[in-house]
Design a protein around this ligand. Structure first.
Ligand code: VIB
Length: 231
């Protein structure tokens, strides 16, 4: 069994929890609370900015041009592609996308980004790939799950969101990340594999919590000024 297949098996309970999460159910039913959508998009815009920073850290660690080119391509996808599902969410919530940019990350999103950043700074290439993988992989599976269970028509409120993540492009991103992780895994010992597994499972848990964060509209306990470094 490939390393990524083992990871997927270990994380199955978390994936099933994500498919049944109220936010994901709401996407399927088309009846999400606009305030939860707004909370999600505000956090996700900054999460995606941090995600691009992390790809930049991965480039800094790369020793092969081929790896640099790969991470560079991924930045372009996040920059240009992920706008579409966000625009869909904003339209349903009745808000302008520009009004949701530049907000500090709520605690869970902050934790998720910190986990990926510290892994990128201190971990091996395999650990970095493992920490990044649940991001496209859980969304691709959510997309496919909603396609199968809801079979949305173009008039479904979240048709673009669902079809965007169920599409081949996100599938290919997932498969390419898996392929790279599996190649790395073949050349390292059990201690290295264990560290990558821990990084992967933590990101899966934080994907679950990210949905929770939107439903509960999670905020910091005190409203002190917080720095936002991107816009
Ligand atoms: C919390 C959170 N997790 C995953 C995604 C989806 N996503 C983000 S970047 C990317 C491409 C990876 O190269 C994908 C599929 C999201 N938007 N927000």
């Amino acid at each position: 069994m490939l390393f990524s297949e083992k990871l997927r098996k270990e994380a199955d309970e978390i994936y099933q929890g994500i498919f049944r999460h109220p936010f994901v159910e709401g996407l399927g039913k088309g009846d999400l609370d606009p305030e939860s959508i707004i909370h999600y998009v505000k956090a996700d815009f900054e999460y995606l900015n941090a995600f691009m920073n992390i790809y930049g850290l991965a480039i800094a660690k790369s020793t092969r041009r081929e790896d640099m080119a790969y991470f560079h391509e991924q930045i372009a996808f996040v920059l240009n592609g992920e706008i579409h599902p966000h625009n869909n969410l904003c339209r349903v919530a009745g808000v302008a996308y520009d009004d949701l940019k530049g907000f500090p990350l709520p605690p869970t999103a902050d934790h998720y980004v910190s986990h990926m950043k510290s892994t990128a700074l201190t971990g091996s290439m395999g650990e970095i790939l493992a920490a990044l993988l649940p991001c496209p992989w859980t969304y691709y599976e959510i997309g496919k799950y909603l396609m199968e269970t809801v079979q949305p028509k173009p008039d479904h409120p979240f048709y673009e969101w669902i079809t965007f993540y169920a599409e081949d492009e996100v599938g290919q991103i997932t498969n390419e990340l898996r392929r790279r992780l599996d190649t790395w895994a073949k050349g390292v010992g059990p201690d290295e594999l264990e560290k990558a597994k821990v990084a992967f499972l933590k990101s899966c848990q934080l994907e679950y919590r990210f949905w929770d964060m939107a439903i509960t509209k999670e905020i910091w306990p005190f409203s002190v000024e917080q720095e936002v470094t991107t816009s």
